[in-house]
Design a protein around this ligand. Structure first.
Ligand code: MG
Ligand code: MG
Length: 315
């Protein structure tokens, strides 16, 4: 791979991670508000100012970003692999650190993990919340060079620690594959043809044009419909994120997922400088560092799995 391509790939990986944090920080201000309430209070909500029901500092992030960091650290420690027990321990350690917010399904299944030691939650038709999908970005970045089946399996492994549900799985796999395609250079039209259409064919409940998603819930179908509407309705990172968070509801999570997709898709130059600078410096640094580390350890692992040319000739 030419060096220039590597640099671009790394920049898009960083933009995806910063996009996740920007969407989280921007959306958290209006989480659980309706579009009408947002319009009354902000007109159009477009500044990272903190506040919201969590009373955040401006530029602070929530579980969407901090759980992603926990997963990313677990992947790095496992030399670029996603291992169920390492993920469960990382999420449990994260919960012990008293995060600013935590989803009900995440809490319930991590408490169950403490009791049973089983890293995989039992399958549940009720566990189709968006908590596994919102944190899937590190898997995409660590599996850039892997085949699709390996990436899908890794998505499910991390997801099943807290959300063992086929609809959650479909969302996690879609997001990771779409982010990966975008990091590797796919444009919006290619994402639509290669990932969105096949998702809708296999899981028609994600059809996102049936009704306008306003006030999307934490149900991953509502969440992803709102994200897909914003992604397909707009042509820039800024417009995509502005649309998605002004729908209200689970706005930090729709913001986070839209942010990772649009960040990878439109790249670092599309991130509004005011939003990047509004993130707390430690948040910005951790996102950039982890993006670089995950890409590097994933590529190293892929290289080490490949048969060296000398051995190929001898075989
Ligand atoms: Mg959150
Ligand atoms: Mg949320």
């Amino acid at each position: 791979m030419p060096i220039a391509m590597n640099v671009q790939l790394l920049a898009r990986a960083e933009a995806a991670y910063l996009g996740l944090a920007i969407g989280d920080a921007l959306g958290a201000t209006v989480e659980f508000m309706t579009p009408a309430e947002i319009a009354r209070q902000y007109g159009v909500h477009r500044h990272i100012v903190g506040g919201g029901w969590l009373k955040l500092k401006a530029g602070q992030v929530t579980d969407d970003t901090t759980m992603s960091w926990a997963l990313g650290d677990a992947i790095r420690q496992a030399e670029g692999r996603v291992e169920a027990l390492a993920c469960a321990i990382a999420f449990d350690t994260w919960m012990r650190g008293k995060p600013v917010d935590i989803g009900n399904t995440v809490r319930r299944n991590l408490i169950q993990f403490r009791r049973s030691g089983m890293a995989e939650a039992p399958p549940s038709e009720h566990d189709a919340g968006n908590g596994a999908a919102m944190r899937v970005l590190p898997v995409a970045l660590a599996y850039l060079g892997e085949d699709e089946a390996a990436l899908r399996a890794a998505c499910r492994t991390q997801a099943h620690v807290t959300h063992h549900n086929p609809v959650s799985d479909a969302a996690c796999e879609f997001i990771a594959l779409a982010v990966r395609d975008a990091v590797l250079g796919a444009d919006l039209r290619q994402l639509y043809r290669g990932r969105i259409k096949p998702l809708l064919a296999a899981f028609p409940q994600f059809a996102y044009r049936k009704r306008r998603q306003e006030n999307p819930s934490g149900y991953v179908v509502d969440t992803l419909q709102c994200v897909l509407q914003a992604l397909m309705d707009t042509g820039s990172f800024k417009d995509c994120l502005t649309q998605v968070v002004n729908c209200g509801g689970d706005a930090d999570t729709t913001g986070a997922i839209a942010g990772m997709l649009a960040g990878a898709l439109y790249g670092p130059t599309a991130l509004p400088e005011a939003w990047v600078q509004a993130l707390l410096p430690e948040v910005r640094q951790r996102c950039v560092n982890q993006a670089r580390q995950l890409v590097a350890c994933g590529l190293l692992r892929t290289l080490s799995q490949a048969t060296p040319p000398g051995q190929r000739a001898a075989a």
